[in-house]
Write a protein that binds this ligand. Structure first.
Ligand SMILES: CS(=O)(=O)N1CCC(Oc2ccc(-c3c(C(=O)NC[C@H]4CC[C@H](C(=O)O)CC4)noc3-c3cc(Cl)c(O)cc3O)cc2)CC1
Length: 402
């Protein structure tokens, strides 16, 4: 069955399709949405699982034989079998309920997979010499494996949040509690906010990172936020609309707030760490400046710090899984720098940006500071999932690399 489903390419969805899918259900009732989602997912989830499982099987023997990689492999095989039981069932209330609960079970099973995979890489580093080719292999695989995982969790979250998987009582309570409007704000569609106010997420991520910074450094840099809404530039001059523009000028995007938060939280931690270390002998710390801008195609969030910057020779390391994989500090290690990434914070943040055809880039001036720019698609119909495809090209990459 694995070979059968790995023959199909994953079908990317745009954010607009995720939204329209739910809006359509408003017309024909939730059960139509649930049925349509079930029919799509009972094929698409096995396709996405099978595509990445075939790549796991192409990994270098040394890595594949690591205990933690074996655990990941078995988890995927179990989840694939779980979904297979719905391949030919009739579509009725019982199977839809069971399917929902199976998705929640799979989501819980996979919740620590990033850490488990990182543990597998660590086991390899500690037991074998890792040559440049193997490191390239691992970088290529982890980018694709972690992107695939983001996409599978997105599909599961959209289905389970829209259908509000769980007991009917929970569903009715959820409907009572959340319904379609949240305190008059636009309603979320699963994990998507159709009107996500970017500056609010920026401030939230800053406050959470500042907490960690204050805990360790007993101080933290201030935040200066600006925005430039190019969308309204043309009619800015007409003062009669000014009040309206003031309200409209909050730059909003149809996006997944949790993805944006993850990226911003990671970047704030890195900027704060650089600033506090670079100015450790000062009593004053240069503020972090964030500019949010909206143009025709892109929405950009630029974070600028004066943390001393990084030489170009070191820049590539920041996105390297192998370079950053280090033993997680033990709880008793009182001197753990809370802002230091011991995992894959930056590479995963770039995957979140790229997942809907955006990007995350760093521009550093050694001796001065670093700019980090998050690019997001301004239009939801252009924000298509970017999915890894298992085919001859990807297989060849592993073969030539070995
Ligand atoms: C893989 S991960 O996601 O897990 N993770 C990536 C992140 C890393 O932590 C960090 C944090 C900050 C910095 C840093 C320095 C810095 O440290 N300079 C001083 C050294 C410059 C080289 C110098 C040398 O080696 O030559 C030795 C001093 N300067 O600018 C930044 C900076 C980086 C990012 Cl990405 C940013 O967004 C903003 C920034 O200001 C580096 C590393 C943990 C691991």
């Amino acid at each position: 069955m694995l070979d059968f489903y790995s023959q199909f390419n994953p079908s990317p969805l745009s954010i607009k399709q995720f939204i329209d899918f739910e809006n359509e259900s408003n017309v024909s009732g939730l059960s139509a949405c649930e049925r349509k989602s079930f029919i799509f997912l009972r094929k698409e989830l096995p396709v996405r699982l099978a595509n990445i499982m075939k790549e796991i099987h192409l990994l270098p023997e040394n890595l594949l034989n690591m205990p933690s990689v074996g655990i990941v492999n078995n988890m995927y095989a179990t989840s694939f079998e779980d979904i297979m039981q719905f391949e030919k069932v009739d579509v009725n209330e019982t199977t839809l309920d069971k399917f929902c609960q199976t998705l929640v079970k799979i989501r819980n099973r996979h919740k620590d997979i990033v850490e488990t995979m990182a543990q597998g890489v660590l086991e390899l580093k500690e037991s074998h010499d890792v040559d440049a080719q193997t490191e390239n292999n691992i970088q290529y695989f982890l980018d694709r494996f972690l992107m695939s995982r983001i996409s599978i969790r997105m599909l599961i979250n959209q289905h389970s949040k829209l259908i509000v998987c769980g007991s009917k009582e929970e569903s009715s309570v959820a409907a009572l509690l959340f319904g379609n409007e949240l305190n008059g704000h636009s309603r979320h569609v699963g994990s998507i906010d159709p009107s996500c106010e970017i500056i609010s997420v920026v401030k939230d991520a800053y406050e959470k990172a500042r907490l960690l910074c204050d805990q360790y450094y007993l101080a933290s840099p201030e935040l200066i936020v600006q925005q430039h809404n190019g969308k309204f530039e043309k009619i800015l001059s007409n003062s009669s609309f000014f009040a309206e523009l003031e309200r409209c000028s909050q730059i909003r995007i149809v996006y997944v707030p949790s993805h944006l938060f993850h990226m911003l939280f990671e970047l704030f931690k890195n900027s704060m760490r650089a600033i506090m270390e670079h100015h450790s002998s000062n009593a004053e710390y240069p503020a972090i400046e964030v500019i949010v801008s909206r143009g025709k195609e892109d929405i950009c969030v630029k974070m600028s710090d004066r943390g001393g910057g990084i030489p170009r020779s070191q820049m590539d390391h920041l996105f390297k899984y192998m370079y950053s994989t280090a033993p997680r500090p033990t709880k008793t290690d009182a001197h753990t720098v809370p802002l230091a990434g011991y995992g894959y914070g930056l590479p995963v943040s770039r995957l979140y940006a790229r997942y809907f055809h955006g990007d995350l880039v760093l521009q550093s001036c050694d001796g001065y500071g670093t700019d980090a720019i998050i690019y997001l698609k301004a239009l939801s119909n252009e924000a298509n999932e970017l999915l890894p495809i298992f085919n001859k090209t990807s297989s060849k990459f592993y073969r030539t690399q070995v």
